[in-house]
Design a protein around this ligand. Structure first.
Ligand code: NDP
Ligand code: 8X3
Length: 252
């Protein structure tokens, strides 16, 4: 029986690294994101190494498109073992009273509503089969707000509540729920946050060795591989010189 993982936001960073890690671990993959060309490149790379890959191009903010994409999954791919709700972003780093409401909407629609859309589409079949695992990519940002993080931090605090809520609601089944909370991970995250200001993005990782997408993918794979009676409910993964979302020690 093939083991199947569906990973949202698999064209970059943590999602792309999860695709590689779960492929190495013998999973067949359903990879989703908006950028068809990048998704096709990840698919080609992994298929060349013998992994079966199905790609679905849609925006998680578009609930109808998400439903159509999930409805299009062929029968032999429908028993999804692991859903990694990873697609997400931060936009801006501004004082709350100066933030851009459009950025707020995009973060809320992607990080909260998009994650819920995917959960609503995929989890009922897991409950029916009495097996499955949802790994939500939260953040250290959801543990406590940091300066100018306001709405992004709120979306990740929501991911914690949504993960906890789902864990309660599936407690009478064998479905497991993990809230995986990374700290500083060097991906495209800051380039997106600063709307393409790459110089500013680079500064986020100055003076500290940040985590990589692969570091987070290893933890996701560990959680998915734990014995069936073990539920890794929540994991906070920080860079060594990072204590929380606010305290980061940087070499001069
Ligand atoms: P990247 O920008 O490198 O990757 C983000 C991924 O999400 C891309 O594959 C992108 O694909 C996808 N995505 C974004 N918006 C949408 C959308 N509307 N619909 C579908 N896919 C979308 O960032 P990361 O890998 O760092 O981020 C992944 C997750 O990790 C996010 O939820 C982020 O909040 C979280 N995180 C990141 C941390 C970090 O320091 N990097 C730390 C803690 C959590 P495409 O553009 O092709 O659609
Ligand atoms: C991403 C990590 O600390 O930049 O969630 O918010 S942080």
């Amino acid at each position: 029986m093939m083991k199947i993982a569906l990973i949202t936001g698999a064209t970059s960073g943590i999602g792309e690294a999860c695709a590689r890690r779960f492929a190495e671990g013998g999973y067949s993959l359903i990879l989703t994101a908006r950028r068809a060309d990048k998704l096709a490149a990840v698919k080609a790379e992994l298929e060349a190494k013998g992994t079966k890959v199905l790609t679905l191009v849609f925006d998680v903010r578009d609930a109808e498109a998400a439903k159509q994409a999930v409805d299009s999954i062929p029968a032999e791919w429908q028993n999804i073992d692991v859903l990694i709700n990873n697609a997400g972003l931060a936009l801006g780093l501004d004082k709350e009273y100066e933030g851009d409401p459009e950025d707020w909407n995009t973060m809320i629609d992607t990080n909260i509503k998009g994650l819920l859309t995917m959960t609503r589409l995929i989890v009922p079949a897991m409950v029916k089969r009495n097996e499955g695992h949802v790994i939500n990519v939260g953040s250290v940002a959801g543990d406590a707000a940091y300066a100018c993080g306001n709405v992004y931090c709120a979306t990740k605090a929501a991911v914690k509540s949504i993960s906890d809520g789902l864990r309660i609601d599936v407690a009478d089944t064998a479905v497991r729920v993990t809230n995986l909370k990374p700290g500083l991970v060097e991906t495209n995250f800051s380039n997106v946050r600063f709307h393409g200001d790459n110089e500013r993005a680079d500064k986020v990782y100055k003076g500290i060795k940040p985590l990589t997408g692969a570091d987070i993918a290893d933890v996701a794979f560990y959680a998915a591989s734990a014995p069936k009676h073990v539920q890794i409910a929540e994991v906070l993964v920080l860079a060594t010189h990072q204590a929380n979302g606010n305290v980061i020690h940087r070499e001069a």
